[in-house]
Design a protein around this ligand. Structure first.
Ligand code: SF4
Length: 356
């Protein structure tokens, strides 16, 4: 086994270099629908709602056009030349239906700076959607499958959806979509590592991507296993290990016969906001992505509520958006970042009283 460095940029590159911006859109409700309840066809044990929380159930989901306008505003304010969009959210994007999803993808792909649109999904409804989604401009899917064992899958999700999700992956591969299988590593699937390697081998082009389980409640603390335990097992059988230089550190384990398993590491926080008091809470995707919710609110950090900003408010300016992005460490800058100054300067910044 050999190990070498790679500057693979496939997952969006470094937004802090001010050249790429990773945006995560919560498209899990149809336009106009009240957003108080989660829309998902599974009920996963470890769900953290993708860090989209909505306090006021009376608010209705914004339209696709409003999402596209919001994305344009954030891209203009951040002055990036490229942006990668992830459709995901507090529930399951495919539950909104194919017409609304394809319309949103088409609107997003009309934005010159948007270089890719990908969707995170449980894959259960994907089989019949893959082709129209690809035709609309979708570039890839991230299919969450935390076990390849039917019973364990049922235990985790509350549904017998494994076969449907695998059919969704096959249909996606057949249409030419990039496919990654997202897996949260835990005591529930530790014995399936060989099965996941075999899955990648038998579905050409599929990268199986493991994530650490966030130990943020008693259940996840009980299920958590250190990610280096997984990496030690993978390293024993891999013929090569690539260290990927992306917005977050990760390693790609290459197997022969061909199979690819990626492990996302996040132990080091590279956010330039060194004085942020939420640094210890800030992990995984909450630090790498700028989120736009069903309410039109931009969340520069997944775990902070003190620097969110209403993108659909008529009075919001590019300067307000830049200040919020700056506060969340999402802009390249040599200026020191002072959260309190940011809050006092921007009238559009949402202060929910949940300052962390
Ligand atoms: S500013 Fe945001 S991304 Fe940076 S450490 Fe704080 S919570 Fe994390």
């Amino acid at each position: 086994m050999s190990e070498r460095e790679s500057d693979n940029q496939a997952d969006g590159g470094n937004y802090r270099g001010n050249s790429r911006l990773r945006l995560r859109l919560d498209k899990t409700a149809k336009a106009g629908v009240p957003i108080g309840t989660k829309s998902c066809n599974l009920d996963c044990l470890m769900c953290h709602n993708d860090y989209f929380l909505y306090a006021d159930g009376s608010i209705r989901a914004i339209s696709n056009q409003a999402f596209a306008d919001a994305v344009r505003k954030v891209i203009a304010a951040s002055r990036v030349s490229q942006s990668v969009i992830y459709l995901a959210g507090s529930g399951e994007p495919t539950t909104v239906g194919i017409a609304e999803l394809t319309n949103l993808i088409q609107l997003l792909k009309e934005i010159p700076e948007v270089t890719a649109v990908r969707m995170t999904t449980n894959g259960v409804l994907l089989k019949d959607m893959a082709q129209p989604l690809k035709k609309a401009g979708l570039d890839g899917v991230r299919v969450s499958i935390n076990s390849l064992d039917k019973q364990v899958y049922f235990f985790i999700t509350g549904a017998y959806g494994l076969e449907a999700a695998i059919e969704g992956i096959k249909a996606s591969l057949a249409t030419g979509l990039e496919v990654k299988v997202n897996v949260i590593y835990s005591k529930l699937n530790d014995r399936e590592i060989d099965d996941f390697i075999r899955f990648s081998r038998s579905h050409e082009g599929v990268v199986v991507k493991f994530f650490d389980l966030l130990p943020n409640n008693r259940l996840s603390e009980r299920l958590h296993l250190p990610i280096n335990q997984l990496e030690n097992k993978l390293a024993r059988h891999a013929c090569e290990v690539l260290t990927l230089d992306q917005v977050y550190p990760s390693r790609l384990y290459v197997f022969d016969p061909p199979g690819l398993v990626q492990v996302k590491g996040f132990s080091t926080n590279h956010c330039p906001n060194l004085t942020c008091i939420a640094r210890d809470l800030c992990v995984e995707d909450c630090r790498d992505m700028v989120r736009i919710g069903l309410d039109g609110i931009m969340r520069p950090c997944g775990v902070r509520e003190d620097n969110t900003i209403n993108l659909i408010a008529p009075s919001v300016t590019e300067e307000h958006i830049r200040e919020a992005l700056h506060s969340g460490g999402k802009l390249e800058t040599s200026d020191p970042i002072d959260t309190q100054v940011i809050k006092s300067k921007s009238p559009n910044i949402q202060t929910s009283g949940n300052d962390v």
